[in-house]
Design a protein around this ligand. Structure first.
Ligand SMILES: O=C(O)CCC(=O)C(=O)O
Ligand SMILES: [Fe+2]
Length: 316
């Protein structure tokens, strides 16, 4: 049996109260324990997933000068392209063995947030790239909204507690390419051990080996999803809000064995962020005698800025 439990979002979106409760219990238990869950019943169609992979493979195969023209100065890599080796895990000097693209929020009816967020970047060479990215963004955001509704119930909050904070939130869709490995990496891996910054992460592409999750005993366990499943995990923002009741588990992407060095890995995390003025102050009902308040009060925007500096994406 896999160490990562499986859940079906259709249980939650059914109108059957028993199935809904079952989903809340299962995901709540998984997130209090290993911090990861494999989820089916999401809103992505097979066609959309195939289209997205096709587009991102074409993008990463473009000549380096063209990709570099989409790396925008001064926005901390929040939109467009980030080149190979640039991002490093907190406390590590070697860059991860990856290049990636960022799609950001498509703000509706909110001029203040429209001004706050950088614009999405259009890839001129690929006429379908941006439309497919936008559609995927919307479907993952919708999936995440229901997952957060279930977590709100689990945390004894009103079911729609997160809705207002995630509407026009600062979420990021990040297609990643881990290129073939040419020579023995010096102390670098595809993605060094880290916790995610955001509320929750929905990961497409965890179908082959590579992603590993650290369990309570400190063992690395493989996190592999079935073809119809997304891997979902708790990020540090939700861990703070819940006073660490929900666990933001450390994970990494290891290099493949030498016989597979010639292959690329493509994975696509959706990092669900709230709007920047959401307070991440520990919820009163998660502070108890046995679990006193563990984190200082901070807003999502302040916290994100601190973390982007640590990752080498924003210079102070
Ligand atoms: O590539 C993967 O499977 C996971 C990537 C990841 O953990 C991240 O980008 O935060
Ligand atoms: Fe991650």
């Amino acid at each position: 049996m896999s160490a990562i439990p499986s859940v079906d979002l259709k249980d939650f979106t059914s109108n059957d109260p028993e199935r809904k409760e079952k989903f809340v219990e299962e995901i709540g238990a998984a997130f209090e324990n290993i911090g990861f869950v494999a989820l089916s019943g999401h809103f992505l169609s097979d066609q959309l997933v195939d289209d997205l992979y096709e587009e991102i493979k074409k993008f990463f195969a473009l000549p380096q000068e063209i990709k570099d023209s989409y790396e925008i100065e001064g926005i901390g890599g929040q939109r467009g392209y980030t080149s190979f080796g640039k991002e490093h895990a907190k406390g590590k000097k070697e860059g991860d063995l990856k290049e990636f693209w960022h799609f950001g929020q498509y703000v509706e009816d909110d001029p203040k947030l429209e001004a706050e967020y950088p614009d999405n970047v259009e890839v001129k060479e690929l006429p379908n790239f941006n439309a497919v990215g936008k559609e995927t963004y919307k479907m993952l955001e919708k999936t995440a909204k229901y997952v957060l509704r279930a977590l709100a119930i689990h945390l004894n909050l009103e079911e729609t507690y997160f809705d207002a904070y995630i509407k026009n939130g600062n979420s990021i869709l990040r297609p990643i390419h881990y290129p073939p490995i040419k020579e023995e990496p010096k102390n670098a891996v595809r993605a060094a051990a880290h916790g995610d910054i955001n509320l929750i992460t929905l990961l497409m592409g965890a179908h082959g080996k590579g992603l590993q999750v650290k369990d309570h005993e400190g063992n690395w366990v493989d996190a592999i999803a079935k073809p119809d499943q997304l891997m979902i995990n708790v990020g540090d923002m939700l861990s703070r809000l819940s006073n660490n009741k929900l666990k933001s588990t450390i994970h990494q992407v290891v290099n493949p064995p030498k016989e597979l060095w010639g292959t690329s890995r493509y994975s696509i995390p959706f990092f669900m962020h709230p709007v920047s003025d959401m307070p991440l102050n520990c919820l009163e009902n998660c502070i108890t005698k046995d679990n006193p308040k563990q984190f200082e009060d901070i807003t999502a925007g302040e916290y994100l800025y601190e973390r982007l500096v640590e990752l080498g994406l924003v210079k102070k």
